[in-house]
Design a protein around this ligand. Structure first.
Ligand code: FE2
Ligand code: FE2
Length: 314
């Protein structure tokens, strides 16, 4: 007779659930913008906010609260945000962003993030280390010996099944017509070392960053809006047999195959822009298989749609 064996708790049997959202662009209260900041690139951004595009983020804060409720109901284990929390990266905007996303940071396995270009919109944001200050407690790497550029690349080891590697591709763009990004060389070299590190052996790996190295048609974004060294980034990720790249910046959710990256690239689009709200909900099973469920806003709340076909090799 077989001895009675206690079944493992449900949380151990079920897949790991990961929510990936991006580009919430919380609405800026322009009355909070000091007069001396109404010049240069910020004035262009402010005009943008008052225009039709900015109005489409009017309900961003309420939608983030709804997304936190969705994550709780779905028993999400880990939350990933690929940046663009704000419009202009002002001190009070980042303080508010931190407060608004706090419920999403309480996921059992934590929260991993990178800044978007709007979070470090102009040079003084970087000089004052605003993003790093407001998000300091979640910008801690489990492999600090492999950081090469402040906290980047940041590595989080989740249980024994998953690793998340965050690289920062956002930078200030003082020229109004340019909003492109670039991953510094030191981070790219460190990324290659991390992906070859034994401590990641056996884990599925998400490499996350703000800028999209490829658009949904598999081509690079324009030089003025995209990741200018996307080719080098993709070369550093090449050979990722069990993993995928996650990004934002492009305000449409999509998945595209990537040569040499088994799971391809998932762009979360924007979680809050009226008419385009989207995100990804991933399920990682015990064999390392990844199921990607696209998510959307149905006017009342967030919901998942039919799953994407399983990513090859993922
Ligand atoms: Fe954005
Ligand atoms: Fe962006």
């Amino acid at each position: 007779m077989q001895p009675d064996v206690e079944p493992p708790p449900a949380a151990l049997r079920r897949p790991l659930r990961i929510l990936h959202f991006s580009d919430i662009h919380l609405k800026l209260n322009l009355f909070h913008m000091p007069l001396h900041k109404w010049f240069g690139k910020r004035s262009i951004g402010a005009v943008n906010l008052m225009s039709g595009r900015g109005r489409r983020f009017d309900e961003a804060e309420e939608k983030v609260a709804a997304l936190a409720g969705f994550a709780r109901r779905q028993e999400v284990d880990l939350v990933i945000c690929t940046g663009d929390y704000t419009a202009l990266g002002l001190e009070h905007e980042l303080e508010r962003a931190r407060r608004v996303v706090a419920p999403l940071m309480r996921a059992p396995s934590g929260f991993v993030t990178v800044p978007g270009n709007h979070d470090i919109y102009v040079t003084d944001v970087v000089r004052q280390r605003r993003f790093l200050r407001h998000f300091a407690d979640v910008l801690v790497s489990d492999l600090p010996d492999l950081c090469s550029d402040g906290p980047w690349p940041l590595v989080r080891l989740i249980g024994d099944r998953l690793a998340v590697v965050a690289v920062n591709s956002a930078r200030p763009n003082p020229r109004p017509w340019r909003s492109n990004g670039r991953i510094p060389e030191a981070q790219l070299q460190a990324l290659e070392r991390i992906l070859a590190d034994r401590r990641l052996d056996g884990r599925f790996v998400f490499v996350i960053t703000h800028y999209a190295p490829l658009l949904r048609d598999g081509r690079p974004d324009t030089p003025l809006h995209g990741m200018v060294n996307g080719d080098e980034f993709l070369a550093a990720c090449h050979g990722l047999k069990r993993g995928a790249i996650l990004c934002g910046h492009v305000h449409r959710r999509y998945h595209v195959a990537v040569d040499g990256v088994a799971g391809g690239l998932y762009c979360a689009g924007t979680a809050t822009m009226a008419g385009r709200e989207g995100f990804w909900l991933f399920e990682l099973d015990h064999q390392g298989g990844l199921r990607a469920l696209p998510g959307e806003w149905d006017g009342e709340g967030y919901r998942v749609l039919d799953p994407q076909p399983a990513a090859a090799g993922a």
